[in-house]
Design a protein around this ligand. Sequence first.
Ligand code: SF4
Ligand code: SF4
Length: 235
Amino acid sequence: MCSGRVDLAFVLRAFSNGLDGVFIGGCRLKECNYSTHGNYHALNMVLLCRKIMEHIGLNPERLRIEFMTSGEGILFAEVMSEFGNKVNKLGPLGKAEGIDQNELKSKLVEITKLVPYIKLVKNEKLASRLENPEEYDKLFTKDEIDRLFSEIISYYIDPEKCQACMTCAKRCPVEAVISAKNQIHVIDQEKCIKCGTCFEACPPKFGAVTKISGEPVPPPIPEEKRTIVRKSKEK
Ligand code: SF4
Ligand code: SF4
């Protein structure tokens, strides 16, 4: 129903499935029937996605958003025909940009996994309502997007500090914490969406969750070494 529902992940998925271009049509800005004004969200998402495309070497012209009413059939036909011609001219996705197909696919898959994190970090800008098209290109800058990917935050549970209180596992929204009674907890980095909830939730007296920026996450402690031997039991 609403262009605001077109998630960044949908667009990235379309490209990782090999589509050469993506077009999003929304109602005219300021003419949304709902208080949500989802078309502004769609616009901001596209502006962000175009910068991400540039970051990975894809031509951002492959993604376009236009706003029009349902009565503007001729305009729609013209825009679609122009966009179709442009995408044809650009050629096959990746090939035209000189990017290896497998490399491109894995980059797109990696970035798709980061979508919840990206949306969290860029939350404020994604909620902007830009009135002037001249502001579009300034909403997200190249440096900002390069930094976004070079300073990605990860969360890691320090096995020396974890007391297996299970708070993080109960609060994690995607069940990314491998948890069991009296077992040092471990974050499954493949499942983690980097929301930071475990970091906030771990009791300060333990402070076991660490935030890591721009560095590789240490490997998880082996399963056979995860059992916590309490001091009273040692005696
Ligand atoms: S950062 Fe969020 S998703 Fe990742 S383990 Fe912690 S709570 Fe779960
Ligand atoms: S909240 Fe902290 S101490 Fe408790 S299980 Fe998670 S990491 Fe370990």
